[in-house]
Design a protein around this ligand. Sequence first.
Ligand SMILES: [Zn+2]
Ligand SMILES: [Zn+2]
Length: 217
Amino acid sequence: MQMRTFIVGSVLTNCYVLWCEKTREAIVIDPGFNRQDEAEKVLDTIRENALSVKFIVNTHGHPDHICGNGIIKKATDAPILIHELDAEMLTQEGRRRGMTFGIRVVSPVADSFLKDGDVIEFGKIALRVLHTPGHSPGSISLVGKRHVFTGDTLFAGSIGRVDLSGGSSRDIMQSLKEKLAVLLGDLTVCPGHGPKSTIEKEKRYNPFLQNFDASLL
Ligand SMILES: [Zn+2]
Ligand SMILES: [Zn+2]
């Protein structure tokens, strides 16, 4: 699997373009830009590598992860996938709330919904969907052979905030304990913001991945 990371938007969101070298099929995770020049860099990568974008995948529905959905969809005609519980954030109501973030959200609505256990396939690559709620009700993580894309659930050394609408500290701790901390240690963690890490490093050094039982009380 080939991967390119773009740091985009006003809150420095990681947008990932992943593709299968054999078939040139690709996905775009979290196109969080609303400036055409940032979009062009992503679209250049798609063109230069002759990629066919099969899906646009949102790890969750916050404006900083979805605001470039429309630009990518217009250029590639790829369907937008998101967990059902966050799909509402791509509607008028979500757009209205997006304005309060100061981000002009222009996402089309979801084309289909993801749920825990689904597999996203592009070329020879398969990513398994984990429902990891807590940062938002419909937050997901995507697990491949060597990477896990954690959105705003798990960052290097920290976790996503839970004080936004629909957030739950109990849910995020459960997601971390039952869905992410159980993954293979050498998986590279590719978060929604900030640098990459590994599951093993996070289990060792991330304060939120210690003493689960105490934090779930
Ligand atoms: Zn978020
Ligand atoms: Zn974010």
